[in-house]
Design a protein around this ligand. Structure first.
Ligand SMILES: [Zn+2]
Length: 564
């Protein structure tokens, strides 16, 4: 499979061209993310992004990612400024790889065709001595989409329709130039109402549906959410296939059962209210019970009970037999009032237990499948990818860590000492963990979902879409939780004696799954093809800053010696 690096120009402290409060970096990123989405949805290609958020990134970090990953193509997306209007593309003005000119021709023409309807001027195919073109070993192209400081161009850049069109043009151009094979798509069927849709679970809470999709995807069943309203209540159904033949749909339900999804069912057409709804029923009598996880394996349920106990929440195991399959449910409360049960679910979510659900129906054992039976953890052997280890020695001092950060964010708190203290206690490279915190918090400016007063420097429990995640009492406890969470990933050993468990998600990590920073890709950050690489790049920058300061000090000290 071919590898394409997409580079959104500028970012973080470097806005690129600015005009009336509009910043080039923002347009670059939104186009880059759109191109990534289109390419990965439609084509068989590996996409690496130099950045997916508003972070500062050196030019060298961008090109070394592409060189290190042996990419087939490097595409840098920029917008222009300083007098002019229209679209242009650049390749290096020195020696070129054989395909580079052809790539420029195809991508330039395809992109321009997509946007010419907006009366955009074609400024032509150009060559220049740009750093990212010169330093990339593979064919590379830099696109200047439009001029941020031209009012007509800017008006287009602010239209989402234009961003979509230009992104589509670029994506199609890249696919065409590199001859990327298309992903096979299910054959469209003319009459959607004739389809038997397989619903692998239906949830009152959208997050639970999304979690189901994630676990299905991991087992080779792609799915998506279909919101459905039944008697005034919205359910989020997870659709995993639509078949014109009922037998095929039934087979899909069987396949889902075999991987532990026992609540799958079939609906026909869009509007049929689906008679055999295994959706949460109202209890006939008795209590609403909160289940903090349901497991096929009793040991997993026991682990969950232990993890809950450490959070001060009592739980016990209730065995449930559903369609011949035994589930071990962890019950953590029973309430006469549904609202109280929901409050308990929220409390569980706040400590990172996202799979909790409510069952009603009094003391009789429930007969319906669990809305959220947790799949067994996949046996994935820890793989050492040969990269830089998470466990190991530290080399930067607390002062060096803090000093580098203050070059970007003068208001950053002094956390270096805590990273070294807990790094030492756990045998973790606290100085690299510090770089991870820079990445997660945008240099402690907290521009994402997590707020500064949460002291959560590692985005623990912040799963995206506005979810704030965990909160820690003090900055020190926040750093401790960060290091402890890394320890869960990098080591299989118990928490060192004398140290408390402060990470609410410690027990949710497959212990030892990520011995190296790049093994955190797709695990700590999902998706995240370059997550570990970004952490290491920030660490490199930290080291370079320290080296530079040492050079300066050496010079100063020599001057002092001369003076004495
Ligand atoms: Zn630029």
């Amino acid at each position: 499979m071919k590898t394409v690096v997409i580079d959104a120009g500028h970012g973080g402290t470097d806005p690129g061209a600015t005009y009336r409060g509009y910043q080039e970096k923002t347009f670059n990123l939104s186009i880059a993310l759109n191109v990534q989405r289109i390419l990965s949805q439609k084509y068989q290609v590996k996409i690496l992004m130099t950045r997916t958020t508003d972070v500062t990134l050196s030019l060298g970090a961008r090109t070394s990612l592409a060189n290190r990953e042996n990419a087939d193509f490097f595409l840098s997306i920029h917008n222009n400024a300083a007098g002019g209007s229209g679209f242009e593309t650049y390749i290096y003005n020195g020696p070129l790889n054989p395909n580079t000119r052809t790539y420029q021709n195809i991508i330039h023409n395809t992109t321009y065709r997509a946007i010419r309807g907006y009366n955009v001027r074609d400024r032509g195919k150009k060559r220049a001595n740009f750093f990212v073109l010169r330093k990339t070993k593979m064919s590379s192209l830099l696109i200047e989409v439009l001029f941020v400081d031209n009012p007509g161009d800017l008006a287009l850049l602010r239209k989402s329709a234009f961003i979509n069109e230009v992104s589509r043009g670029i994506a199609e151009g890249v696919a065409d130039a590199l001859n990327l094979p298309k992903k096979s798509t299910p054959t469209p069927t003319p009459n959607p109402d004739a389809l038997y849709r397989v619903i692998a679970g239906s949830f009152r809470n959208r997050e639970n549906a999304e979690q189901r999709i994630e676990s299905l995807a991991g087992q080779g069943f792609p799915g998506f959410v279909v919101p459905t309203t039944i008697s005034g209540t919205t359910y989020y159904r997870v659709q995993t296939g639509a078949f014109s033949n009922e037998e095929n749909a039934k087979e899909q339900v069987e396949r889902l059962k075999r991987i532990g999804i026992t609540d799958a069912f079939i609906v026909r057409g869009e509007d049929t209210p689906a008679p055999p709804q295994p959706e949460p029923e109202e209890p006939e009598d008795g209590l609403y019970r909160v289940i903090a996880g349901s497991f096929r394996n009793r040991k997993n349920a026991e682990e969950r009970v232990t993890a809950l106990a450490q959070e001060g929440i009592d739980g016990f195991i209730v065995q449930a037999e559903i369609e011949g399959v035994t589930y071990y449910r962890v019950q953590t409360g029973a309430y006469a009032d549904r609202e109280n049960a929901e409050a308990q679910v929220e409390r569980l979510e706040s400590i990172g237990i996202t799979g909790a659900f409510i069952i009603g129906g009094g003391l009789t054992p429930p007969t319906q499948p669990d809305p959220n039976p947790e799949p067994e953890p996949k046996p994935e052997p820890p793989v050492d990818d040969g990269g830089y280890k998470i466990l190991g020695d530290m080399y930067l001092t607390a002062c060096q860590l803090d000093a580098y950060t203050k070059t970007v964010n003068p208001d950053a708190p002094d956390l270096g000492r805590f990273y070294l203290k807990y790094g030492e206690a756990y045998g973790i490279r606290g100085d690299v963990a510090y770089a991870q915190a820079l990445n997660e918090t945008n240099y402690f400016r907290f521009t994402g979902d997590v707020r500064a007063d949460q002291n959560n420097y590692a985005g623990i429990g912040a799963t995206g879409g506005g979810v704030r995640g965990a909160t820690f009492e003090t900055p020190e406890e926040g750093v401790h939780a960060h290091i402890q969470h890394l320890y869960a990933y990098a080591s299989k050993d118990p928490i060192p004696a004398g140290l408390e468990k402060v990470d609410p998600r410690f027990d949710l990590v497959t212990r030892g799954i990520a011995p190296t920073w790049t093994r955190l890709n797709g695990r700590w950050a999902v998706p995240g093809d370059t997550y570990g690489q970004l952490i290491l790049q920030l660490h490199e920058r930290n080291i370079n800053h320290a080296l530079q300061e040492m050079d300066e000090q050496r010079e100063q000290l020599n001057d002092v010696l001369d003076e004495i």
